[in-house]
Design a protein around this ligand. Structure first.
Ligand SMILES: O=C(O)CCC(=O)C(=O)O
Ligand SMILES: [Fe+2]
Length: 363
């Protein structure tokens, strides 16, 4: 995407592929760091594309999850229609009254902070190579293809259908297994509401996407303080590839969503989840619910951590638009079918660039 234009390509010495890649955490903690190395500097970054706060009359939708189990049919109908509007207008929404205990969310933040606090050597043990490896610790997005590096370290762990977890810090696997389970339940509940909101049977998405063996992956992003936050980028504009992404953070803002032609800052709401619709929901809904570009900016004061569970179809599912949403010429299918696994491999092998993954399956 044009908004990510590397400075480094103008400077031969700043070719990151020839550098040994360490974490940004270690770099940020090195003494006297007052400027960023040139291979982290973007010519066009978030600073030249100023973000705004959302208007009062068009703020990020809030969905009260408890209303899906209301015995009052009017309340249920209302929350399903709010969900439809949120998916159509924003592709992002906050979820409150989701039933995940506050202590469980906090335990995840503490565990992940503990993980990133391990030594570089300890973390290297978890450095994966392939997109489908169970555990992958790393930095930037894909350091073998990124031209300029992102100010971000990450840990990616596949937690379903097969559960993986780093062996450190102690107790991580119990906390993660429990958290992933409750979030999976929440995702399936939301997908039920989304099916209904599309005029499909409530269980349609669950069945068509084989959610009993859905691919669920944890991504924890660590954005340490950056001495020149206007030059660096935490994560460039991209959409998420799964069906639904469920995010929480440590109270420090940084996420921006492309909405109404502008970048809108999303302030964290304590104990709420931020949910967004992914590329495969766009394909399945035949473009009715579009995946939305978002990016993460960095700051020079506080370490930010975002903890994400992406909930996708099972790896072997060939995702196509729902038949009921396609009819002849006026509503023809807009996406070809592709196995989720193949989509992921294509996605990881190239630079993270807007919605380029989805472009490959658009008819
Ligand atoms: O850190 C954030 O707020 C966004 C991260 C993100 O978009 C992702 O990991 O896909
Ligand atoms: Fe994302």
């Amino acid at each position: 995407m044009a908004t990510v234009c590397p400075v480094a390509s103008l400077h031969q010495e700043a070719n990151p592929s020839r550098l040994k890649v360490g974490s940004v955490k270690t770099l940020a903690e090195s003494s006297n760091l007052t400027s960023i190395p040139s291979h982290y500097a973007f010519t066009t970054s978030a600073s030249s594309d100023q973000a705004v706060h959302s208007d009062h009359d068009d703020s990020i939708p809030v969905i009260d999850f408890s209303l899906f189990s209301s015995s009052n049919p009017d309340q249920r109908r209302k929350v399903v229609s709010d969900l439809a509007k949120a998916c159509q207008d924003w592709g992002f929404f906050m979820v409150i009254n989701h039933g995940v205990p506050e202590g469980q969310m906090k335990a995840m933040v503490d565990m992940l902070m503990g993980f990133f606090d391990l030594t570089e050597e300890e973390k290297r043990e978890f450095e994966g190579k392939h997109v489908l490896d169970g555990i992958r610790w790393g930095t930037s997005f894909n350091t073998s293809v990124d031209k300029v590096f992102f100010w971000r370290d990450y840990l990616k762990v596949r937690v379903h259908p097969k559960f993986h977890c780093p062996s450190k810090p102690e107790g991580f696997s119990e906390v993660l297994a429990e958290y992933a389970g409750v979030v999976r339940k929440l995702a399936r509940g939301l997908l039920k509401g989304i099916s209904e909101s599309l005029g499909l049977e409530p269980g349609y998405i669950d069945e068509a996407m084989n959610m009993d063996s859905s691919l669920q992956r944890l991504t924890a992003n660590l954005y340490p303080p950056c001495p020149q936050p206007k030059l660096a980028m935490g994560m460039p504009p991209h959409s998420d590839h799964g069906l639904l992404t469920i995010l929480m953070q440590n109270g420090i803002g940084g996420l921006q969503v492309h909405h109404g032609g502008k970048w809108v800052k999303i302030d964290p709401i304590p104990n709420a989840f931020l949910v967004n619709t992914g590329d495969h929901l766009e394909i399945m809904s035949n473009g009715k619910y579009k995946s939305v570009l978002h990016r993460a900016v960095v700051n020079n004061k506080d370490t930010r951590i975002s903890i994400i569970l992406s909930n996708g179809p099972s790896l072997d599912t060939v995702v196509t638009p729902a038949e009921q949403l396609v009819d002849g010429e006026s509503n023809r299918a807009m996406y070809i079918g592709m196995k989720y696994k193949d989509f992921l491999e294509l996605h990881q092998s190239s630079v993270l660039d807007g919605k380029s993954g989805l472009e490959r399956v658009k008819i």
